[in-house]
Design a protein around this ligand. Structure first.
Ligand SMILES: C[S@@+](CC[C@H](N)C(=O)[O-])C[C@H]1O[C@@H](n2cnc3c(N)ncnc32)[C@H](O)[C@@H]1O
Length: 297
């Protein structure tokens, strides 16, 4: 990918905000309402964009937010990026360096916030702490779902919540529609996600939402709400919203790179055609994703 991960995560922030399923989010918020203090852990938090979004919508007087992320560079960048993001949301923020890792402190009206990041791998992270909710945003396609849920349950209070959003579910659609090579290319793109393995185990992959739903039902979780949170990367009157153009470019590159194993010449020609449409403000992409909130068994 020509764009680096950090820039990509920042570029998709507005798209994610627009795409979240409102009903699922409001069920999540309702379940936490009434608690004076909410403790929340996000696994695979990147630069903390989703944690800032949740700080925006959760009304608890005290918010204790923790992000778990294995990439050192993202964890280092996160506090300052979150400070700027939270200030734009009306929080007064500062970063305290007194502890081993920086802690971002925020105040907004009656609300207090404490946001910290842990640099660790999900599979190695251990904690005696318990959280009211564990969030996974744009993450479960990367890990074996059953094992991730097993660990999540250990970190949750009784009646604790899992809020899993932006779970890719096997649908990438490009506009204007094209016949021929593109169908094979998109099938290869999905297959590359299906081939992901962690310690030999199948990951959420291209069917992460359906896999998540099945595992939750099999392991006694109570699914409270779910619904689509598709990415609409479509031009509006010839213009792209926010940083959608950057996200589209990154996606075209990711898809085209999978075409190298199929037919490099056809893949390059496809990329150039779709890139020209992007430059003209004519390319659209709709990506099917699902949000879900569930209660611990
Ligand atoms: C697609 S990104 C999403 C980041 C963030 N949730 C967002 O949407 O802005 C997935 C993140 O999970 C992290 N990740 C992947 N596997 C992980 C693991 N086993 N433990 C901790 N973090 C992991 C990656 O480094 C990456 O930053």
């Amino acid at each position: 990918m020509a764009i680096d991960v950090r820039a990509y995560l920042e570029a998709k922030a507005d798209l994610d905000r627009r795409s979240l399923n409102r009903e699922v989010l409001s069920v999540f918020g309702r379940r936490l309402k009434g608690k004076a203090k909410v403790r929340l852990l996000e696994v695979g938090c990147g630069t903390g964009v989703h944690l800032c979004r949740l700080a925006e919508v959760l009304g608890a007087k005290e918010l204790e937010l923790t992000g778990l992320e294995r990439e050192v560079s993202l964890v280092r960048a996160a506090p300052e990026l979150c400070r700027k993001r939270l200030e734009s949301q009306g929080w007064s923020c500062w970063i305290e360096y007194r502890q081993a890792a920086p802690v971002l402190i925020g105040e907004r009206g009656e609300q207090n916030l404490r946001l910290s990041f842990i640099c660790a791998d999900l599979w190695e992270f251990t904690s005696d702490s318990k959280w009211d909710a564990v969030c996974a945003h744009f993450f479960l396609d990367l890990v074996p779902v059953r094992q991730a849920l097993f660990r999540t349950a250990l970190w949750l209070e009784p009646q604790g919540l899992l809020y899993a959003s932006a779970n890719y579910d096997g649908g990438t659609f490009l506009f204007p529609p094209e016949e021929g090579f593109e169908a094979n290319l998109l099938a290869r793109y999905d297959a590359s996600m299906e081939e992901r393995r962690v310690a030999g185990e199948e990951c959420g992959g291209a069917r992460s939402a359906r896999r998540l739903f099945s595992v939750l039902c099999q392991t006694g979780w109570h699914v409270l709400a779910y619904g689509s949170s598709d990415w609409n990367l479509t031009p509006v009157e010839g213009s792209y919203r926010a940083a959608d153009r950057t996200v589209l470019l990154a996606l075209l590159e990711m898809i085209a790179s999978e075409g190298q194993t199929l037919d490099p010449a056809a893949s390059s020609a496809w990329y150039q055609r779709r890139l020209a449409q992007l430059q003209q403000g004519e390319l659209g992409m709709i990506i099917h994703q699902v949000d879900l909130v569930a209660c611990r068994p």
